[in-house]
Design a protein around this ligand. Structure first.
Ligand code: GLN
Length: 249
């Protein structure tokens, strides 16, 4: 039986707008195909994980205060995380976690929360609590040379600068900054994005893109995922995309 090992980082601290749903959707789509999903979690005080022993690492969003609580702990693992990224292990990082993998996050009070400095981007919040990028968001994304729309919900004060490879092009919503055309950060094995939702429940093709990547890497062979019946998911997507895109006109 094939299996994927998933590490869920700080589930008790980083969990906003249904981020945990991403783990549930991964498990569901793996198990539907007879693939075993092993899900471990790590938070402050737990035994140190070896990031390199996983196939997929997931971390969700969190408010400034939560980010400041865990930043120091996360930085302890910088070398191991860098090694896992270099080894091609997949990282899915939402919002607060996205920010923490960059150089730093300057919060609404002007205080600096240090990042892992794995990537060169950095994030600064506008010093006005009321100014936040909030709402539904739709972006154009290319996955394995196929263009698709990714839907989510964003709520961040942080404005992320110095992005070299965006995840998607914004159709509706803000993205990395107020009124930006670009959203998130994308490498072969990293998706860092502001999209909560939960992201994967609204985007089954994105979930399968990640699952396929992880299986191909682990088993070193081309994988054709067994198709699942996504009739309801696609109906829901169509409705959301129509609604969000028409309200943007
Ligand atoms: N604290 C960050 C911000 O407001 C992240 C928020 C989030 O994860 N939704 O920019």
């Amino acid at each position: 039986m094939q299996e994927l090992k998933i590490l869920y980082l700080y589930p008790d601290i980083l969990e906003l707008y249904g981020d945990f749903g991403n783990i549930q959707v991964l498990k569901y789509r793996l198990e539907k195909r007879g693939i075993n999903a092993i899900i471990d979690s790590y938070s402050i005080g737990d035994e140190s994980p070896d990031f390199c022993s996983y196939d997929l690492i997931f971390a969700g969003g969190g408010a400034d205060q939560e980010q400041s609580i865990l930043a120091k702990d996360l930085i302890k693992y910088k070398e191991n995380i860098q090694e896992a990224i270099n080894n091609g292990i997949f990282f899915l990082l939402i919002c607060g976690a996205y920010q923490l993998f960059g150089k730093y996050y300057k919060d609404v009070n002007g205080d600096i929360i240090p990042g892992l400095e794995i990537f060169d981007y950095y994030t600064e919040a506008i010093n006005d609590r009321k100014k936040r990028c909030i709402g539904n968001i739709v972006i154009d994304v290319t996955l394995d040379n196929i263009k698709t729309k990714v839907i989510g919900f964003e709520n961040h004060g942080g404005q992320t600068f110095n992005i070299t490879n965006p995840f998607g092009q914004v159709i509706v919503g803000n993205g990395n900054k107020f009124g930006d055309t670009e959203e998130g950060f994308f490498l072969e094995n990293v998706i860092a994005t502001y999209l909560h939702g939960p992201l994967l429940s609204k985007n089954p093709d994105l979930t399968d893109f990640i699952i396929k990547y992880c299986l191909e890497k682990k088993y070193n062979q081309n994988i054709n995922l067994e198709p699942l019946d996504d009739t309801f998911e696609n109906l829901c997507r169509k409705q959301l995309i129509d609604k969000f895109c028409s309200s943007n006109k």
